[in-house]
Design a protein around this ligand. Sequence first.
Ligand code: C2E
Ligand code: MG
Ligand code: MG
Length: 974
Amino acid sequence: MAKSFNHTYHSKEELYRYISSSQIDLYPSILVQMFLGQLSMAEAKRLRSEVLSKLPGAVIIGCSTEGQVADGRIINQSPVLSFTVLEETEVVSTLFEAGEVQDGFQRGRQLAEELVNMETKAVILFASHLDMNPQEVLEGFHAVTPQIPVGGGVSIVTAGKKQSIVLTENSESENGIAAAALNNSNLHVHTFINEQWKEVGRPLTVTKSKGAIIEKIDHQKPLKVLKHYLGERFVAHLPESGVEFPFLVKRKDSTSTLFPTRIHSNGSIEMSKQVKQGESLTFAFADLEAIVDCSLKELNRLRKKPVESMFIFNCVARRQFITDFSESEMQMMGEVSSLSGFFSHGEILMDNDNPPELYSHSLTCLAISERGHLPPLERERFQYILTPEGNTRVSLTQLINASSYDIEKLNQNIQISEEYYRSLFDNNTDFVYSTDLKGRFNSINPTFLKTFGYTEEELIGKLSISYIFEEDVPRIKRHFYRTLSGKEQFYDLWIPSKSGEVQLFHIKNIPITIEGKCVGLFGIGRNITEQKKTEERITQLAYFDSETGLPNRVKFREIAEEFIERARKKRRRLGILFLDIDRFKLVNDTLGHSAGDRILIELAERIKNVLPKGAYLGRFGSDKFTILISKNVTDEKIKQVAEMIAEHIQIPVMQGNQEFYIKASIGVGVYPDHGTDLSDLLRNADTALNWAKSNGGDQIIFYTDEMNIKAMEKVKMESYLRKALERNELGIVYQPIVELSGRRVIGAEALLRWNHPYLGAVSPMEFIPLAEETGLIGQIGSWVLMEACKQANKWQEKGFPDFYISVNVSANQFQQPSFTHEINHALKVSGLSPENLCLELTESVMIQHSGHTIDRMEELSALGVKIAIDDFGTGYSSLGYLKDLPLHVLKIDKSFVQNIEESSPDYAIVQAVSTMGKGLGMQVVVEGIETSEQLELLDALNCDLGQGYLISRPVSPEEMEMWMIDSQAVMTKG
Ligand code: C2E
Ligand code: MG
Ligand code: MG
């Protein structure tokens, strides 16, 4: 049987009485545990000799204590002596000075080797201080005897802080370990530990450590972290207070507590166990409910299976934390068996189930029995009802726990949203960055680094604007400040990469607002270089002429519309010029289109070079250009510019070795004089251009309203003329050609007349040029020729055999390849002989295509047809060419006759021409004789033939016939 007698020491006498009355001295083997309270060394030694003088064979281990347990009671002041009497168990003790061996593990090994033998069944171990590293001692001890249960406690936290004594029956120390081994192979040993924790708060990471010393937690000094979480009072009471809130550390197969054992002046803390860098710590808080549950469970187990003697080591902090329960717990335990022990600063327990461990805030128990089976206690189940104070603590624990769960959840959520954000940031194919309020880079995503070729280190903390072009800085600064004021910004920016490649980005800036305050901005950028290029290509195709690169018709219109709008607002004038190259078709036809294009490109270049500021050039179509003049526009200025352009166009163009002379016509419309919208302006400038062209080209013409009216009339006339032939509105009148001396009719000139139902009689001067222009002259000319020939033949047949008919032929008509054939045809159909037909040509016909013309005239001459040169003297032809041409009649223009007076230049001219014509064997006809004075003068000049109102106006065929008969009668009479 093993039984403990617990005596609270007051005096030697009482002690001796107790020993005698309890008959302790009768037992063969006695273990005395001395729980010394705060006795001094001298007092402790005296107490030990008192015990030994009564129990000389007793084995003693003892230590200083702060709270002693004697059966069901907690004693605070007086020492408690626990006498365990044993029948079959041998006890041995040993004491180890801390200084003997430095290394804790080594110390533990030595202790085990010295103390333990084959019979050892349990060991009790008291350490004087925490900082002799009991954990390592236990590990060393365990390494030698892994199977032997050890129980015990640590007396005081820090060496030298309070006096702490450990002793055995024959030695003592203020810094050491006292241990006792219970040697009896039949001894029944039971261990128990009650240690219940809950994690509180977020996990903290050990970021720097060395052995058991933690230098940094979450990159901060551990003391600072403890102060932050547990307050200044907690830190001030370290290391003793450490056991109240130890750290929980989760390792591979276990979760254990560790607590500070020493505070260093540099803010690092030494822990009860080694800590590795990167390990995660959480604050632990004693779980009162679980503690109570666990103890009751053990007590009820002991109720059924009691033990003979229990040694308990209870944490001082646990006692403070749950005073009520601590007392009840001791009391209940005292009911199970004899109970002795003390309140410790670190509880020791190890056996097969529990690894060597120094616990905190726990209760460890080593129970022994020499007998195998003890009868169950005759007692109801142990129960404990929490005091209101206890309940509050439980609730508080619950609150802390729930809060820490919430925090953890929140942390998780934050982490998840952080990961979401990260994905958006890291995996974005657009570049993303953030800056602070000064525009310094805070973060940069991988796309950013890849795009610009920088490393993160090169950018973070640097001013973002130092990576863009200087000229962009003011604009980007504006966007920056607008963003900070809360307005999202979009803009395009060319940015160089580290290697110098410049690309275009579309950038969006968004403010970063935290708690309603702007703290910086996010930038998101997309590379739009390719897109831009495509856009530009499309714009180029749509808006610009591919050959000259000039704005095309569409683009020019846009530009012009804009300028008109501006001119309207500012009441300014604009000039719009249409330029067309004269006879460019000829260039294309002779040189080919690619040469034509090259010439146009060169001309465009020349025009561009002479344009004044604020002028725009566009290509309107093939050889047509448009020019807009917008600055200081006066008619004079426009004229100057136009003349300059014309001058530069006229510089010969080289094609191969050949020089080409090119001229252009320019039509001008002025805003607002000639139109207030673009369409009107362009149309009117175009009308002016057409006017310039139809007047021979190589001219600069300003638009006038008459042009439009005339143009309108022309359009009307053209449509009337087209219908004139089929509606029989055309007719021929005849003007006699007579011998001036004697007035014999020798022929008549056929003159075309158009009698329009509304227009009345239209002059051939008006409609012949129009017929030429529109090509209608071919048809009309043929009709006149045929009618005139038929009429002449009729008259011949009626008895005027030498009568000839003179028909006017326009240049256009004469050039037709079929012309000779047409003459033949008319002669054949009418039956008129060729010598009775005279064709009147004007000088200009002969000058234009002289080679070709001579051939044609030779052809006609060969037929027998006569050829007259009409209106002689109005062209600029020299008289010289007359001799080379097969001409038969020369008609002196009426303008000479009109002003003829003796000794006037016209008189001389008529005389010279008439003499020369006759000299060349031609008949000379004088036109437009209106007065008898004129006739007299002409007579004097020996002119043979003439026509004119004086003789006869052009008349109908019937009148003509009568006239012929009359004349014949006169002649016959004469
Ligand atoms: P032209 O060939 O020189 O014809 C003579 C023009 O002078 C005629 O005008 C005639 O009426 C006019 N005339 C005759 N005597 C006098 C006179 O004493 N005083 C004045 N002031 N004028 C006189 P018309 O008939 O108006 O014809 C004008 C022009 O039209 C002709 O000039 C001719 O070039 C052209 N023309 C007329 N008929 C035809 C035609 O069938 N074919 C072509 N191609 N041209 C025609
Ligand atoms: Mg004529
Ligand atoms: Mg004439």
